[in-house]
Design a protein around this ligand. Structure first.
Ligand SMILES: N[C@@H](CCC(=O)N[C@@H](CS)C(=O)NCC(=O)O)C(=O)O
Length: 218
């Protein structure tokens, strides 16, 4: 099946799909959306206009989590969903927490880093503290437990490393280091050692660095 991933390298949503494709050893091509996401040219391929988009034999899909489920169905091994309805529901819940809480809190730093953030220390502090609160909640949700106890990686494990890297890079850029609870740190480190995760972390790190450099005073 010919798979094409449409994405931009700074997106943690795109990263989780790329990681799943790599982890499952699927052959795919990665392209940036022609004209940028939302453009008419891109919407002619992926009508939702958002990234990640995936075409399978030309048929478009959007929404990262729907794409992950599709990949799990077309390539069940190696699995990224565990056995058992409860365990699978838990992984899906952690994906939701990633998208709606941790990534959303991290994304709130993007407009700040583009502005003169030095003039807005309270905005920086509030935004970074919100990320730390979400990461603390992730620890309370016991997100690190499975992988750290030796279970096979799941979608939940591969979704977080790029987002945490993004939070750390944005925080460091604004001289406000973002910290995570020790178990979350250990979890992210363990997931980051997976070759599929490591490859996307590097793509994402380089893209973030270039993007942030564009807003530094000369
Ligand atoms: N819920 C979506 C969120 C993806 C998302 O927010 N993508 C951003 C870029 S990181 C985007 O495409 N924004 C433009 C748009 O939605 O039109 C998913 O999981 O795929």
């Amino acid at each position: 099946m010919k798979l094409v991933l449409y994405g931009v390298a700074v997106s943690a949503f795109v990263a989780k799909v790329r990681i799943a494709l790599d982890f499952k050893g699927l052959d795919f091509e990665e392209r940036t959306p022609p004209g940028g996401y939302g453009s008419a040219d891109y919407r002619a391929i992926v009508p939702a206009g958002s990234v990640p988009g995936l075409t399978a034999e030309g048929a478009p899909l959007h929404e990262s989590n729907a794409i992950l489920e599709f990949l799990e169905e077309i390539a069940p091994a190696p699995a990224l969903l565990p056995e058992g309805a409860l365990a699978r529901a838990r992984v899906r819940a952690l994906l939701g927490f990633h998208d709606q809480r941790v990534e959303a809190a991290t994304r709130a730093l993007f407009p700040v880093v583009k502005r003169d953030w030095r003039a807005e220390p309270e905005t920086v502090e509030t935004a970074c503290a919100a990320i730390e609160a979400a990461l603390m909640r992730l620890d309370e949700l016991d997100a690190p437990a499975q992988l750290l106890s030796g279970a096979a990686p799941s979608f939940a494990d591969i979704a977080y490393p790029c987002t945490v890297q993004m939070a750390r890079m944005l925080g460091a850029e604004m001289a406000r280091p973002v910290s995570a609870p020790p178990r979350v740190e250990a979890w992210v480190e363990a997931a980051s050692a997976l070759p599929a995760v490591a490859r996307s972390l590097e793509i994402h790190r380089a893209a973030m660095e270039t993007w942030m450099a564009g807003f530094r005073p000369r």
